[in-house]
Design a binder for this molecule. Structure first.
Ligand SMILES: [Zn+2]
Ligand SMILES: [Zn+2]
Length: 79
C-alpha cells in the first residue's frame, strides 16, 4: 500500500477523486459523491468535519494531480 495518493482520495468513495471539488471548509470530494451526499442529508454538510457549506468550487489543482498520479501508477506498475 503506497501513500502517493495522499490527499487525492475521496473520503466518501475512497477512490481517486473524479471532478474534485472544494467545500467552504477546505475538504475535497468527488463532485458526484458530494452531490449524492447532499441529496441524502438535505444540506451540503461536509462528511469530514460536519460544517455546512454554501458552495462547492471545482479544484483543478487536485484534478491535475489525480491525472498525474494515474499516469504514474499505470507506467510504474512494478509492485
Ligand atoms: Zn468520491
Ligand atoms: Zn470539511
Amino acid at each position: 500500500m503506497r501513500d502517493l495518493n495522499l490527499g487525492l482520495t475521496c473520503p466518501i468513495c475512497w477512490l481517486l477523486m473524479s471532478d474534485p471539488v472544494d467545500l467552504d471548509c477546505g475538504h475535497n470530494f468527488c463532485d458526484a459523491c458530494i452531490t449524492n451526499w447532499t441529496k441524502m442529508v438535505g444540506e451540503m454538510i461536509c462528511p469530514a468535519c460536519q460544517k455546512v457549506s454554501l458552495l462547492k468550487t471545482p479544484n483543478s489543482g487536485i484534478a491535475s494531480m489525480v491525472e498525474q498520479y494515474e499516469d504514474l501508477s499505470s507506467s510504474s506498475d512494478d509492485e
